[in-house]
Ligand binder design. Structure first.
Ligand code: ITT
Length: 199
């Protein structure tokens, strides 16, 4: 059984590979050309299953476990924006920087220099006859001034609970220990192991 990642996001690939040190995890781009997957679900879980299911179907193989990640950041003070729209907050095809800048702009419009926020990750696993979704969350706050170059996406404006630095400034080890993605993947690991070892 091969583990194949249904994501085109390089930040996610890097973090997921770092968590599965002993296993070979291959991005789907090694097997398939670019795929436009319409993420039209209403929840992180639905979108994660759409992505893993689409890659599983396109591969058409019964010896693979496909893993996807749908994730985003939620700010209660901004009517729960951007949530499942995190990747396209500033418009379809927007860059990480443009999305971050829109969030900063929305905070400033509301007269906020910071606001409580949390990241969600839904990890979906699709294998022959099997579908699973696991979640993880990371709580903290967003600030109106980006700091640091680490991580990706909204990390330069996100300060995890208990810290005074952003994920852009903190060592990658801190994010690896605390993140929404790590928490969901720790739940996913035994299921992936079970699926890949079955006859
Ligand atoms: P795939 O669908 O190919 O996996 P994507 O980037 O489109 O890649 P999503 O639809 O799940 O992925 O959108 C997630 C967005 O949420 C992502 O673009 C980031 O802006 C943000 N995000 C998710 N996890 C993050 C993290 O750990 N740190 C910073 N930003 C994150």
């Amino acid at each position: 059984m091969q583990i194949i990642l249904a994501t085109s996001n390089r930040g996610k690939v890097k973090e997921i590979q770092a968590l599965f040190e002993e296993d070979e995890i291959l991005p789907f781009s090694e097997f398939l050309g670019p795929m436009a997957i319409e993420e039209n679900g209403d929840t992180f879980a639905q979108n994660a299953l759409i992505k893993a299911g689409a890659v599983f179907d396109a591969l058409g193989r019964d010896d693979v476990v496909v893993v996807s990640d749908d994730s985003g950041i939620t700010v209660a003070a901004l009517n729960n924006e951007p949530g499942i729209y995190s990747a396209r907050y500033a418009g379809e095809g927007a860059s990480d920087r443009e999305n971050l800048e829109k969030l900063v702009r929305r905070l400033k419009e509301k007269g906020l220099s910071e606001a409580p926020a949390y990241y969600t990750a839904a990890i979906a696993i699709v294998a022959p006859g099997a579908e699973y979704v696991m979640h993880g969350w990371m709580h903290g706050k967003v600030i109106d001034t980006p700091r640091g170059e680490g991580g990706f996406g909204y990390d330069p404006i996100f300060i995890p609970e208990g810290f005074d630095k952003t994920l852009g400034e903190l060592e990658p080890e801190v994010k690896k220990r605390l993140s929404h993605r790590s928490k969901a993947l720790r739940l996913a690991k035994p299921i992936i192991d079970m699926l890949r070892n079955r006859e």
